[in-house]
Design a protein around this ligand. Structure first.
Ligand SMILES: Nc1ncnc2c1ncn2[C@@H]1O[C@H](COP(=O)(O)OP(=O)(O)OP(=O)(O)O)[C@@H](O)[C@H]1O
Ligand SMILES: [Mg+2]
Length: 146
């Protein structure tokens, strides 16, 4: 993926100014910056929640505007900064984003299995953390001895 001279502004607020970088296949990239510096905005441009106001973003050497938006977004996973869950059963919530999964018990069970494995691997760490944890407003901060 490549950002080439990308700029972006919300209405009158300039956020990104002439940003260029490349990410190679298989490479992991972390964006670091103070709050409000534009990290979330930058990633929103990849999913085309907003389009760059100048410059171009490429995936596999094609501008992202050339891709069908559903195809583009179905290849991107996002873990949101703010947690949001619809009020519904786990069975209804798990297939979100993959509508066909609702009918496919196999896919549903696969997702549940992934979730269960995650819980198991987190269990020990969580117990240790929660023993001395202090929860902040809306559980934003968890402090305790690891
Ligand atoms: N939808 C929006 N409309 C207008 N301004 C926005 C919008 N989203 C973010 N901003 C502003 O754009 C700037 C960049 O915000 P952004 O959320 O991208 O920063 P960030 O680096 O992700 O911050 P944080 O570390 O707090 O998550 C901030 O000044 C923010 O107030
Ligand atoms: Mg952010």
């Amino acid at each position: 993926m490549k950002f080439k001279n990308v700029s972006f502004h919300y209405e009158d607020l300039p956020v990104l100014d002439d940003v260029s970088f490349s990410v190679e296949p298989g490479q992991t990239v972390a964006l670091l910056g103070s709050t409000g510096s534009g990290k979330t905005t930058l990633t929103s441009l990849i999913s085309r929640f907003y389009d760059a106001t100048a410059g171009e973003i490429y995936i596999d050497n094609h501008p992202i505007t050339d891709y069908d938006i559903q195809t583009l977004r179905s290849n991107i996973s996002i873990a949101m900064q703010d947690i949001f869950l619809f009020s519904d059963t786990i069975e209804a919530l798990l297939p979100i984003g993959v509508p066909k999964a609702r009918k496919k018990t196999f896919v549903w069970h696969q997702r549940l299995q992934v979730l269960m494995n995650l819980f198991i691997s987190l269990k020990k760490t969580l117990i240790r953390l929660l023993e001395n944890a202090v929860l902040g407003f809306q559980e934003v901060s968890v402090s305790g001895s690891p």
